[in-house]
Design a protein. Structure first.
Length: 110
């Protein structure tokens, strides 16, 4: 759960960075030194710390599989907060990712 929480935090920070990138900034300094960017990078740092902690409990080979759930989180969060539309191919891809994560995770516990 720590690992998935870390991936979710990273996904939220990506969406925050996207919202900052979509805005017009008065200068290049304000483009990089604004509340959204600083918050997002702080969240990335927290996500990294959580991932390191999670690797104490998660096998190294399972990490990349769990990390792929970030694609699903980013797509869903972008749909809600950025009003981006999901295509049928994206939905099928997300379903395949979730099935893969669940299959590998269950296979490791058996």
């Amino acid at each position: 759960m720590i690992f998935i929480g870390s991936v979710f935090i990273s996904s939220v920070s990506q969406v925050i960075l996207k919202t900052s990138a979509d805005k017009e900034h008065k200068s290049i300094i304000k483009e990089y030194l604004n509340l959204r960017v600083i918050l997002a990078y702080g969240m990335f740092f927290a996500s990294t710390v959580l991932t390191v902690i999670a690797y104490k409990f998660v096998p190294l080979s399972l990490g990349p599989v769990l990390e792929s759930s970030g694609y699903v989180f980013v797509a869903v969060l972008s749909c809600f907060f950025l009003k981006e539309r999901l295509t049928k191919k994206q939905i099928v891809g997300m379903i395949l990712i979730v099935v893969g994560v669940v299959t590998v995770s269950l296979g490791r516990t058996i």
